[in-house]
Design a protein around this ligand. Structure first.
Ligand SMILES: Cc1cc2nc3c(=O)[nH]c(=O)nc-3n(C[C@H](O)[C@H](O)[C@H](O)COP(=O)(O)OP(=O)(O)OC[C@H]3O[C@@H](n4cnc5c(N)ncnc54)[C@H](O)[C@@H]3O)c2cc1C
Length: 536
């Protein structure tokens, strides 16, 4: 049996006994076989000594159990790492950041506790997945819409707490921004309700997120200050219709104006779906295709030559807009979009894409086979990424997401791609040639790039070094990571260094106050308890 670091055997046995009394002995897991499920399948240290592992896992049934478990863990000083559905692949999976911690696996707590059909809000436990919520709505034929991340098996709570996002409309895409109110068990077993939940008789816990006094919810995003046992979310009304339209612009330099107009349309809410910037020159992403190879934006790139190729392909840049809502309104919004581009970019062309009355028919849905997320349908198709294909004969075993936030301009897209492509080349990373930005967040633009993980430790070491180099290079240019796998959480936190790392120092003050024994998710997002701080 593995014993968590810093815990003596007698205390650990006593704690395990108490955990079994609380949750039932079937739900205290300690075998090697069980612990294999709490490894990160996409671990960059796969099979190596440094691979993050759990000592045990406990799966409580309800919030009272969580409270009791935390009291015991607090008493014995057992390091605990809560996960909701534990599917955080690409960012660490279910493995604890502090190796040897006991995973508090909340996936049995999978109840939808409240569904307010008037307000369009839901209150869920941590084990509720996007599949569960979607099924609940479908079975009751409720007029609501689920914004889902690409993998539908993840949880609303885990995804939101880690800063995750979906792909449909408005603020619903940013899952933390669409939450309203939470219940948190603190490290010593105290229970906190945030927002209006602080008033026992409040009728608006899932409606008015600001509550009274300081807004405490922010403390629980990308941190380690509590175990979230309930969380409210706002749902979107099911839109009447959905349409897309694509804009093509002819010249390399048009990217600047294209991004300006896109930003304006988003900021005035004239488009509410997620705009997707791309380029016909990327082809299908096939690197052997000379036109997509041309998208490798070298400093010496022959722009005139690329523009000539672009003319044959229909445009240099494209932006696909998406609109959800009343059919007449979204038609007017697309016409408005086209008018703005026609006024400002000579030679612009348009493609009127699909218009769907929702819910979509099976035939229409079939057209979204590769990305049903856009229609609010949870699925697992994104796991095809890295799979074997004609131009990718050496499939990956997983990936780590590299995702720097860049300024919201066309110039920044070009600069970031040039700089990061060159940085990746130094480490012979085969994947980058041009990455279109994503604009999931209001006013945010970032690149999201998967760095592959394989079975070979040497290749993985090379990718680990490359990833670190990419983070450092991006930080030198002022492009910060928004979320990162555990292996880099310290390093990324160190790049947020304004005023002698005051951000981290304040988090540590909070950590010491809320979790003085430092037992909860030690090291998560670079926040370490006092006894494990390296420089302390
Ligand atoms: C191919 C692919 C595509 C992906 N696409 C997307 C995407 O579109 N959008 C996106 O956001 N992500 C995406 N991801 C990343 C990831 O898989 C998802 O974010 C997934 O939803 C996270 O898993 P989860 O919800 O089970 O979180 P969990 O693993 O349960 O939680 C994540 C972390 O949050 C903390 N945590 C969780 N629950 C609690 C709690 N109750 N209390 C305190 N702390 C807690 C823990 O530290 C945990 O490790 C993708 C990954 C892959 C491999």
């Amino acid at each position: 049996m593995r014993i968590p670091p810093g815990v003596n055997e007698a205390d650990y046995s006593a704690a395990l006994g108490e955990f079994a009394r609380i949750v039932g002995s079937d739900w205290v897991l300690t075998s090697d076989e069980d612990m294999a499920t709490y490894k990160d399948t996409y671990s960059p240290w796969k099979g190596e000594e440094k691979e993050l592992v759990a000592s045990a896992a406990i799966a409580p049934d309800n919030a009272d159990d969580v409270q009791e478990v935390m009291k015991v863990a607090h008493r014995y000083g057992i390091p605990i790492y809560p996960v909701s559905t534990g599917k955080n692949l690409g960012y660490g999976g279910a493995a604890p950041v502090y190796s040897g911690s006991v995973v508090l696996d909340l996936k049995r707590m999978n109840r939808i506790l409240g569904f307010d059909e008037t307000a369009g809000t839901v209150l869920v436990e941590p084990g509720v997945s996007y599949f569960d919520l979607f099924q609940y709505i479908q079975e009751r034929n409720l007029p609501f819409w689920v914004d889902t991340p690409d993998p539908g098996w993840g949880s609303l709570i885990g995804n939101a707490l880690d800063g995750g996002m979906g792909g449909t409309y408005g603020m619903l895409r940013h899952h933390y921004e669409s939450h309203c109110g939470m219940e948190v068990v603190l490290a010593d077993g105290e229970v906190l309700r945030t927002g209006m939940g602080a008033m026992p008789a409040a009728k608006t816990w899932q409606q008015f997120r600001w509550g009274y006094g300081p807004y405490l919810d922010g403390l629980f995003k990308q941190s380690n200050f509590g175990v979230v046992t309930k969380m409210g979310f706002w749902l979107g009304p099911k839109p009447e219709a959905f349409r897309r339209g694509t804009v093509f612009v002819p010249r390399f330099a048009d990217l600047e104006t294209l991004v300006d107009i896109k930003n304006y349309l988003e900021d005035t809410m004239a488009t509410n779906g997620m705009p997707e910037i791309g380029s016909p020159l990327l082809g299908g992403g096939d690197l052997s295709d000379p036109t997509s190879a041309a998208m490798y934006i070298r400093t010496d790139a022959n722009i005139a030559e690329m523009e000539a190729q672009a003319a044959k392909k229909g445009g240099f840049w494209s932006c696909r807009f998406a609109y959800y809502g009343n059919a007449a309104v979204i038609k007017a919004q697309w016409e408005h979009t086209k008018a703005l581009f026609t006024d400002r970019i000579p030679g612009v062309t348009f493609q009127d894409d699909e218009v769907y009355d929702l819910p979509a028919t099976p035939e229409q849905m079939a057209k979204f086979r590769t990305h049903p997320t856009i229609l609010g349908i949870p699925n697992l198709l994104a796991f095809q990424i890295g799979g074997r294909s004609a131009f990718y004969p050496n499939p990956t075993s997983g990936h780590m997401w590299f995702s720097p936030v860049i300024p919201r301009t066309g110039a920044a897209i070009i600069e970031a791609n040039r700089v990061l492509v060159d940085a990746a080349k130094e480490y012979n990373v085969p994947l980058l040639w041009f990455s279109p930005p994503v604009s999931i967040w209001p006013r945010g633009q970032m690149l999201v790039i998967g760095v592959p993980i394989r079975e070979d430790p040497q290749e993985n070491e090379q990718m680990r070094n490359a990833f670190r180099h990419l983070i450092a290079t991006a930080a030198e240019h002022g492009w910060g990571e928004y979320r990162t796998p555990p292996i880099y959480q310290d390093f990324v936190q160190s790049t947020y260094s304004f005023n002698d790392h005051i951000q981290r120092r304040v988090s540590e003050v909070l950590k010491d106050a809320l979790d003085p024994k430092g037992i909860l998710s030690a090291g998560r997002y670079g926040i370490w308890p006092r006894h494990l701080r390296k420089e302390a």
